[in-house]
Design a protein around this ligand. Structure first.
Ligand code: 5GP
Length: 189
């Protein structure tokens, strides 16, 4: 098992990466969860600096051209999302166990620059369950759901590029498996 200090969690759209990372944020304070920058607008309940740093297209462009992004990607052909290099490097040099929850394109970029990181693929229990979760979330338009499903099909094929797979059948169990891959003792309760 790898105890690399940087762990990258990626997986298909609507597999529940966000739910697992929220659970980890709430239950495993020993994990330092990276807060990404994004050009998308906040959803209800999302807070600046907690869920994302919400930036304009121009601000994002400057972060990229200044070399401040460890990785970045256009996700679902729309908005840009990226990991801020400095915050991650600081957390790593503080000895924290760092977790990036990013899309597959971003994971591939990190693999180029930090091949020793621990790459974990979050897989759905089944395709049908994944579709149900995506549609059930009800926050996206039908057009947007279709776009995300197309992306998800391609993303499912990427599992073999990863060091480990965690199946997201229930959030608590998936979080426990993920943290144990990070060398952290899972909670019993
Ligand atoms: P959402 O808009 O639902 O919050 O996130 C959409 C997608 O963006 C998710 O698949 C999430 O993993 C991905 N994402 C979030 N932050 C980053 C990031 O910093 N870099 C990359 N490459 N993808 C990200």
């Amino acid at each position: 098992m790898s105890h690399s200090r940087l762990t990258v969690l990626a997986g298909p759209t609507a597999v529940g990466k966000g739910t697992v990372s929220t659970y980890i944020r709430d239950n495993y304070p020993e994990v330092w969860l990276s807060v990404s920058a994004t050009t998308r607008s906040p959803r209800a309940g999302e807070e600046e600096g907690v869920h994302y740093y919400f930036v304009s297209a121009g601000e994002f462009e400057s972060l990229v051209s200044d070399g401040q992004m460890l990785e970045w990607a256009v996700v679902h052909g729309r908005n840009r999302y990226g990991t801020l290099r400095r915050t991650v490097e600081e957390a790593m040099s503080d000895g924290r166990s760092v977790l990036l929850e990013i899309d597959l394109q971003g994971a591939r970029q990190v693999k180029e620059t930090m091949p020793d990181a621990n790459f974990v693929f979050l897989a759905p229990p089944s395709w049908d369950e994944m579709v149900r979760r995506l549609v059930g979330r009800g926050t996206e338009s039908v057009e947007e759901q279709q776009r995300r499903l197309e992306t998800a099909k391609l993303e499912l094929a990427a599992e073999s590029e990863f060091d480990h797979t965690v199946i997201n059948d229930d959030v608590r169990g998936a979080a426990a498996k993920l943290v144990s891959l990070m060398g952290i003792e899972p909670r019993e309760d």
